[in-house]
Design a protein around this ligand. Structure first.
Ligand SMILES: Cc1ncc(COP(=O)(O)O)c(C=O)c1O
Length: 399
């Protein structure tokens, strides 16, 4: 494999998957899921729910297949979903979005992010500012686009960026400031000061803000605030989200990008040659989901908050120090008190020792910064209550 020429290598290098001998390693997610399967450990590694989402949403997909929605949908997405996304942005955030010009349906948030970076980055001097640790596709796609990643570190325990570090990272070379809020893997929700500084810096250096808001409805304290709602932000912000986390349909891969028409058109120009379109029968189902009542949206945040607390209690009982997340599926814990100095080694041993699988935070960082995160571990709380109870009990008894 390593001898095959081509740009693919850049993604592997970007994602830190090239071993010292030049071979390509599997991701830590694949490694840990395989370990869970082999040992029978509870998989709190990968972030996908183990329960179905709302029945009404699933039913629409079934009906759509039975009703013949099985061919290519329109390139931008079906009008019903475009309309539902626009309504959703208005209803929750007061954003006026033109469904025909300012919205694009994509194959998950992942495709929207990839198409946005490929569309907006031009040459090797272009820089993408990201908050580290980061969702692993960011570095891989920035590398594929041939651009430079400039990480701003989020530090234990609150994982808010230092504003001076953020200012130092953004320059006239910055094409994109990529903001994942609520944040995977840390569960942080950025402060109003951080959001405002992102907008100020983007204006000063004429950068585009690309947001990844896939956990927008999974926040535990304050309502979610999209950066696009800040004064001056809309015209330079591409807001990306998806239905996967909100409706527990991560396998459907229905995502979207919203923003001013020229930005959305730029993404469409690339996206149409990546997947062209996807998910005909799932698009009307996600439209139905986006129009569910407020009680549904309140309910999923409350349920996940309860799960977060359950998981947090188990981790504390095991002797880990926990950073309580304000949103997302995830909780980060510090295993230093248990003697861990290498989170990857700790996670490789955890299934045998405690019957639980987790992911080291170093999987989400550039190799040069791994030391800052060397004893930190990410656990997913998006599992059934009985599964989390069993995980918490295993952790507590292992200590
Ligand atoms: C921060 C973040 N962005 C994007 C995604 C992927 O979203 P989708 O499945 O809609 O492509 C994930 C999934 O784990 C995520 O955590």
């Amino acid at each position: 494999m390593r001898d095959i020429p081509g740009a693919w290598r850049r993604t592997a290098v970007g994602a830190g998957l090239v071993a010292a001998d030049g071979s390509i390693r599997p991701t830590i997610f694949a490694e840990m899921s395989a370990l869970a399967a082999r040992t029978g450990a509870i998989n709190l590694g990968q972030g996908f729910p183990d329960e179905d989402g709302p029945a009404a949403v699933l039913e629409v997909a079934r009906e759509a297949i039975a009703g013949g929605a099985n061919q290519y949908p329109p390139g931008r997405g079906i009008p019903d979903l475009l309309g539902a996304i626009a309504e959703h942005q208005e209803r929750f955030y007061g954003l006026h979005v033109d469904p025909d010009r300012d919205v694009l349906v994509t194959a998950g948030a992942t495709e929207a992010l990839a198409a946005a970076l490929l569309a907006l980055l031009e040459d090797a001097d272009d820089e993408v500012v990201v908050f580290e640790p980061y969702y692993d596709s960011y570095a891989a796609v920035a590398a594929l686009a041939g651009a430079r990643l400039v990480p701003v570190r989020l530090r234990w325990p609150d994982f808010q960026p230092d504003l001076d570090e953020l200012r130092a990272a953004v320059s006239d070379r910055t094409r994109i400031i990529l903001v994942n809020d609520p944040h995977n893997p840390t569960g942080a929700v950025f402060s109003p000061e951080v959001r405002a500084e992102v907008v100020r810096l983007a204006e000063r250096h004429d950068a585009v803000i690309v947001t990844d808001e896939v956990y927008e409805h999974l926040v535990f304290d304050e309502p979610h605030v999209p950066i696009a709602t800040l004064p001056g932000a809309w015209e330079r912000t591409l807001t990306i989200s998806s239905g996967g986390k909100t409706f527990s349909t991560t396998g459907w891969k229905i995502g979207w990008a919203c923003g001013p028409a020229p930005l959305v058109d730029a993404v469409l120009a690339v996206k149409q040659f990546l997947t062209y379109v996807n998910g005909s029968p799932f698009q009307p189902a996600i439209a139905t989901g986006l129009r569910l009542g407020d009680d549904f949206f309140r309910g999923i945040a409350q349920t996940l908050r309860t799960k977060r607390d359950l998981l947090g209690a188990g981790l504390r009982a095991a002797g880990l120090v926990v950073s309580t997340p304000a949103g997302s599926y995830f909780t980060v814990a510090d295993a230093a008190a248990l003697g861990a100095t290498d989170a990857a080694e700790f996670c490789r041993a955890l299934p045998e020792r405690a019957g639980v699988v987790a992911i080291p935070l170093t999987a989400f960082t550039t190799p040069a910064h791994r030391d800052d995160y060397r004893s930190l571990v990410r656990f997913a709380a998006c599992k059934r209550v009985d599964v989390l109870e069993e995980a918490a009990s295993r952790l507590a008894h292992w200590a």
